[in-house]
Write a protein that binds this ligand. Structure first.
Ligand SMILES: *[C@@H]1O[C@H](CO)[C@@H](O)[C@H](O)[C@H]1NC(C)=O
Ligand SMILES: *[C@@H]1O[C@H](CO)[C@@H](O)[C@H](O)[C@H]1NC(C)=O
Ligand SMILES: *[C@@H]1O[C@H](CO)[C@@H](O)[C@H](O)[C@H]1NC(C)=O
Ligand SMILES: *[C@@H]1O[C@H](CO)[C@@H](O)[C@H](O)[C@H]1NC(C)=O
Length: 179
């Protein structure tokens, strides 16, 4: 069972928790959209199942107006009931400020730590290159979702919206199931 939820601890996002045996997180879908194709486009964005235990997410975002010195990223976590409802987190970070002071936002830092070794979006600004997520594996998410922060079972959606000068620019939606 993955049913215990530790709100207070989630907010702190640093403590380690006892294992909740048997919980598994699976990616089920991904959707990457660019709303400003002059600024950037996704060259690819997909989930791949290599076998039953190895599934990964890869994406490449080509950027046409470099360097990037300021970008706002909003993360909303959704959980499905009768349709998806916002669940627990709705945070917005100024990425370039955050990356220089990661402790300023423990939730964003938790997310950052999950993908940092799979992405070239893991250094301080400016960004002078395309952004790549290379084989973010389910095992990492599993570890982080079930062992570090126990969440209730169900279907989740992690939606990140990137804003440039207040305009919605990119939306990345990652769907998954915790069972
Ligand atoms: C992907 O998301 C965009 C907007 O975020 C939406 O317009 C589009 O219909 C979605 N595509 C699929 C296949 O769900
Ligand atoms: C799944 O694929 C990965 C990568 O190729 C491999 O390391 C692993 O042993 C495979 N697992 C199974 C159960 O076949
Ligand atoms: C997230 O918070 C922002 C700012 O408070 C708000 O404008 C937005 O509607 C919220 N998003 C969701 C999905 O609730
Ligand atoms: C950033 O990602 C690259 C690979 O994409 C990796 O080699 C490097 O170790 C990562 N840096 C950090 C601080 O995780």
């Amino acid at each position: 069972m993955c049913s215990r939820l530790y709100f207070v601890m989630l907010l702190v996002a640093v403590a380690k928790f006892p294992l909740e045996a048997g919980c598994r997180f699976e990616f089920t879908n991904v959707n990457c959209t660019s709303f400003d194709k002059k600024f950037g486009e996704f060259e690819y964005c997909f989930l791949k199942s290599v076998n039953r235990s190895y599934k990964y997410l890869s994406a490449k975002l080509q950027l046409y107006q470099l360097p990037i010195t300021k970008i706002l990223i909003n993360l909303v976590m959704w959980k499905r009931y009768n349709g998806y409802k916002p669940f627990l987190y709705n945070i917005t970070v100024d990425f370039c400020k955050f990356i220089n002071n990661r402790k300023s936002n423990p939730v964003a830092n938790f997310v950052f730590e999950s993908y940092q070794s799979f992405s070239n979006l893991n250094h301080s600004c400016p960004f002078n290159h395309d952004l790549i997520m290379d084989k973010l594996s389910i095992e990492i998410m599993n570890h982080r979702m079930t062992k570090i922060l126990p969440f209730p079972e169900g279907d989740y959606l992690f939606e990140t919206t990137w804003f440039r000068s207040r305009a919605r620019t990119f939306v990345i939606k990652i769907y998954g199931t915790l069972s």
